[in-house]
Design a protein around this ligand. Structure first.
Ligand code: PMP
Length: 368
């Protein structure tokens, strides 16, 4: 590793990339992987069948480039979201990470800022770095909430080209009121700022109807980002998407790579959307497991944040790194997001959550 780091140093890297670390959630093979907020419920066999069949069919045409504008997939995504959206409002990419990257490529860039509110999804600063956009780390209240006045004031102060609101927020799990999104959009409208609401975890919200999609009409610089990686259990297929005004879709076509969404990805995503009932059936159980974690952690005297997502962020631990290591030794991998005294755990299946709670209870006294 030292050798390869020296070799890296010798390369003519961009100055702003020197000494920076890549996205690095540990990938460790353990019995209970609860660290990257995947949907850990097994894929229903009929969905596996349907995806296999769709991919087999797509394979016969792999000598040709795929549909560059993937209209069928965009129409299917629009139909899933409802709200009167059509394929003209939809765009997709390889995960919502690529969606966010494309948005920053179009609306960020040198001399422009992107504002988000810390702590939040660790990829935002990295996407800013990669697109040469200045990242501005905005503030939340001490309990990680963000109200309309606090958010709008920071937008007016920093005048970012792009503001990213993550709701429900990773790593805290907290959802934003629609009044916050409205206030941020209004403040950003004073200088034509773009507002992105990252709703990667929207389907797990206690009130999934409470989505920024309902605010799109009449707001031409509002973008709502979603993913099939979480509720749809399709993290491995890499499908993210956004809904916005058709002009925003036209704008990202300026920076997307031609044929960025492979025929196999398109086929798998379409098959998953056709079988969404089977996939989304697990969402209710995941919500139950999340609420179970929050209830038990509270009983244990820990401090779980209120969660509208498929994970729980909790405090009240003295030695969070030590506890993370104890759990790992028991085969339970959760996430240390680098905030002292706090850890994040994904709400998995009933058995996974039981294993997590048993390990936690065994080690907690030594670490609090
Ligand atoms: N946004 C948030 C808030 C996330 O937590 C994640 C994944 N952890 C993503 C976007 C990216 O997900 P994907 O690229 O798989 O769609």
């Amino acid at each position: 590793m030292t050798d390869s780091l020296d070799a890296l140093d010798r390369l003519p890297l961009r100055d702003d990339l020197r000494g920076r670390s890549p996205y690095g959630a540990p990938m460790i093979d353990v019995p209970y992987t609860l660290n990257v907020n995947e949907n850990t419920h097994p894929m229903p066999p009929e969905v596996v069948e349907a995806i296999t069949e769709a991919v087999r069919e797509a394979a016969t045409g792999l000598n040709r480039y795929p549909d560059r504008d993937f209209r069928e997939l965009r129409a299917a995504l629009a139909e899933y979201l409802g709200q009167g959206l059509t394929e003209e409002n939809l765009w997709a990419a390889n995960g919502s990470n690529e969606i966010l990257q494309q948005i920053l490529q179009v609306f960020g860039g040198p001399g422009r800022r992107v504002l988000s509110f810390m702590p939040t999804y660790s990829m935002y600063p990295l996407l800013a770095l990669g697109t040469n956009t200045e990242f501005v780390p905005g503030e939340r209240s001490a309990d990680y909430s963000l109200d309309a006045a606090l958010a709008a004031e920071q937008v007016r102060r920093h005048r970012p080209a792009v503001t990213i609101l993550c709701s429900p927020n990773n790593p805290t799990g907290t959802a934003l009121g629609l009044d916050v999104i409205e206030a941020v959009y209004e403040a950003a409208s004073e200088f034509d700022g773009v507002v992105v609401v990252d709703e990667a975890y929207a389907e797990f919200a206690r009130d999934p109807e409470d989505t920024a999609l309902t605010l799109l009409t009449g707001r031409e610089r509002l973008i709502v980002s979603r993913t099939m990686s979480k509720a749809f259990a399709l993290a491995g297929a890499r499908v993210g998407y956004f809904a916005a005004a058709p002009a925003v879709v036209d704008a990202v076509t300026l920076v997307r790579l031609p044929y960025h969404l492979s025929a196999i990805t398109q086929a798998a995503a379409l098959a998953a959307l056709r079988h969404r009932e089977g996939l989304l059936a697990n969402v209710e159980d995941i919500r139950r497991q999340r609420d179970r974690i929050v209830a038990r952690l509270t009983e244990l005297g820990l401090e779980p944040a209120s969660s509208d997502s498929n994970f729980v962020f909790f405090g009240g631990v003295r030695d969070s790194r030590g506890l993370w290591e104890d759990l790992l030794a028991d085969g339970v991998l959760i996430r240390d997001v680098g905030i002292a005294g706090r850890l994040r755990v994904t709400a998995g299946t009933e058995a996974e959550v039981s294993a997590f709670l048993a390990s936690l209870e065994a080690h907690l006294e030594n670490r609090r």
